[in-house]
Design a protein around this ligand. Structure first.
Ligand code: CA
Length: 654
């Protein structure tokens, strides 16, 4: 019996192994990459296709001969290991793998936490030494409901590179951590401005180590958004005061997080796991050629990102990589949220695993992404984390391009107008946005611009916005699409657009500078354009101070009134009702008393027409106008409520 049992056991094992041959063994441990202590540095690399793996040690981040080269030992589940004794912090290292009899390029491992100049070599790092003073006491602001978030999307360099910022460390992490900075008129800029504006979450464009800027050229102005990942787990060098020292990058990024947290601001990281900046030369491909990517039947890289490749989140070790990476950023850097670039490239199952893992270590963490791809993918459509499948995503929000383009017209058709710029036929897309893409009996989904059905079950699953870093800024789009209008008219359109964003249910999202009419000089795609296009001109805050005050007051209104931040679709169905309204006007009531709001009853009206309109007194009698500023509210005359062209009014009863 015993012998028979053993025989059965071994044949079962061999069947298992055969099944795994095509997909490689996966490594179950959590010590991939460097494990550092003062007495030893251990390395474990997953390279199941390699016949040999070598570790190369260097004194410097670029150039010079290797101090030594060490052959790794084959270990379990496709991994290779070695250990260096002693305190090796500050030593640079790379790996190379022998594959099909050929040695591939030296690269840092994908898990590298510290890298030197241009991310070519990893660095052994003592992470404890990268903690700024007081780091142990650093606390993230609490977020009760995702709909309480008002997100502000900002690029590290844009924030400070212009002279008008008054910031000393221009273009750097620590520049954005400076306080007391002012523009030429003495108004606050940078971090102080963000606090004054009242937003809750600062979403930073990619700040992991990306490929495009040459970090040896510290004096030469260089610009990129950073959507070309090189080393996912290390900060970008061009934002550090010394790109050569991996520890400086880490410390300065932590200083920025700490400075934000001290002011009560949460930090959202823009992550781009959907592709790598390099393809054949990427760290992934030099260690395990082909594994981490999707390929077509013809053997070509599938390219749903339009960047030359797409990663394969459904494969065990790619999935594990993403999950461990986001957890690392939360644990080591105290990151409070993630924005997934082209989230539709990832599979739903992986996104839900990411969400569950993050919620476990940081309940209430904010996760959202672009529910689309930029091209065809080999991943079956019904597995993609697309907007249309948003209801299957747990605690993950998607951007509402329906609302974005309903407000201002399609981002792809520059001449097209939206509701806020006079195309009142887009009213239903605005109503769809007002109810945060949930099911509501008064929305006619057939008339919505893109989605013909609600796609989320909860308002916390949708990002309401009019503008982000992509495409023309809202201010530029309005100018391009409304020839013949005056600056004053377009200013009203701009305010109306942001009124819709900040009063809609869902999560509010603002592009940096929109609060004072930021322009990119009509440049539609500024990803690699110079500072003259991308930098934030802080003097605009003074020039367009009325708009700044207006947006500041809208944010304050949103934060003071829970009626604008309902947490469930049922609450919206019960407490938000659209009012009958003439063409080009949208009006709705909020039942404040059912929502613990100090205003018992609220009316919100938007006029997308160029001309002033009068609301019948029977609708508005007995309501007060919310005094935000004089530009904002129309005054009642002869018992009639006038709503000016391209404007919003808010009425209430207490
Ligand atoms: Ca870089």
């Amino acid at each position: 019996m015993k012998i028979l049992f053993l025989f059965w056991f071994f044949s079962f094992k061999s069947i298992q192994l055969k099944a795994q041959q095509n997909i490689y063994p996966t490594y179950a441990g959590n010590d991939l990459g460097l494990t550092y202590s003062k007495s030893a540095s251990g390395f474990r690399i997953w390279a199941p296709t390699a016949s040999k793996v070598r570790l190369h040690l260097y004194q410097q981040p670029l150039g010079g001969e290797a101090l030594t080269t060490i052959e790794l030992k084959k270990s379990i589940q496709g991994t290779w290991t070695t250990t260096l004794t002693g305190d090796r912090a500050g030593i640079f290292y790379t790996f190379s793998a022998e594959y099909n009899g050929q040695w591939l390029n030296e690269v840092p491992d994908p898990y590298a936490k510290a890298v030197g100049t241009n991310g070519k070599r990893a660095m052994i790092v003592d992470l404890v030494k990268t903690n700024p003073d007081g780091w142990a006491g650093d606390k993230s602001p609490k977020l009760k409901s995702p709909t309480d978030a008002v997100i502000y999307e900002l690029h590290v360099r844009d924030a400070s590179i212009d002279a008008s910022s008054g910031i000393t460390n221009k273009g750097k992490f620590i520049g954005l951590a400076e306080t007391g900075t002012k523009n030429q008129a003495g108004q606050s800029t940078g971090l102080d401005h963000l606090v004054q504006l009242g937003v809750t979450h600062i979403h930073l464009l990619p700040f992991f180590d990306y490929n495009s800027n040459d970090e040896t050229e510290t004096k030469k102005p260089q610009y990129n958004w950073g959507y070309d990942p090189l080393n996912y787990n290390a900060p970008e060098g061009s934002y550090a005061t010394n790109a050569a020292d991996g520890a400086v990058r880490i410390k300065e990024m932590k200083q920025l997080v700490q400075a934000f947290h001290k002011k009560g601001l949460a930090v959202v990281m823009d992550v781009v796991y959907n592709h790598t900046g390099l393809t054949e030369q990427s760290n992934f491909n030099q260690l395990v050629p082909g594994y981490y990517y999707r390929k077509t039947e013809a053997g070509k890289y599938s390219d749903a990102t339009a960047c030359g490749n797409e990663t394969a989140s459904e494969k065990a070790m790619m999935r594990k990589f993403i999950i461990e990476s986001v957890l690392y950023w939360v644990k080591e850097y105290h990151i409070d949220g993630f924005r997934f670039d082209l989230m539709g490239v990832h599979d739903i199952e992986t996104m839900n695993m990411i969400s569950a893992a993050l919620q476990k270590i940081k309940p209430g963490i904010l996760i959202y992404g672009e529910g689309w791809t930029a091209g065809a993918s080999t991943l079956p459509e019904n597995k993609r984390a697309l907007k249309k499948y948003a209801a299957q995503l747990n605690n993950i929000a998607v951007f509402s391009d329906d609302l974005r383009d309903g407000i201002k017209g399609s981002v792809f058709e520059v001449a097209e107008r939206g509701f806020a710029s006079g195309d009142t036929s887009k009213a239903e897309s605005i109503r769809f946005g007002i109810v945060a893409a949930t099911q509501h009996p008064q929305v006619d989904y057939k008339k919505v611009n893109y989605s013909k059905a609600p796609y989320v079950n909860s308002p916390g699953s949708v990002i309401s916005y009019a503008e982000c870093h992509d495409n023309n800024t809202l201010w530029d789009k309005l100018a391009i699409s409304t020839p013949g209008t005056t600056v004053a008219e377009r200013t009203n359109m701009h305010k109306l657009a942001l009124s819709i964003v900040l009063t809609s249910q869902g999560i509010s999202f603002l592009h940096a500078g929109t609060e004072f009419l930021r322009s990119k000089k009509d440049v539609e795609n500024s990803y690699n354009k110079p500072d003259s296009i991308n930098a934030i001109d802080w003097n605009l805050k003074t020039i367009n101070n009325d708009v700044f005050n207006y947006v500041q007051q809208l944010i304050s209104l949103r934060k003071e009134h829970p009626a604008f931040r309902m947490q469930t679709a049922v609450q919206i169905q019960r407490n938000l009702s659209f009012l009958p309204s003439p063409r080009g006007i949208i009006g709705y009531r909020l039942n404040g008393s059912a929502l613990n709001d100090i205003w018992k009853d609220i009316q919100v009206w938007f006029n997308g027409n160029a001309t002033d309109q009068t609301l019948p007194p029977e609708w508005t009698a007995g309501y007060k106008t919310a005094v935000l500023n004089n530009e904002f509210v129309a005054t009642a005359s002869g018992g009639q409520q006038v709503i000016k062209g391209y404007s919003c009014i808010i009425l209430y009863r207490d």
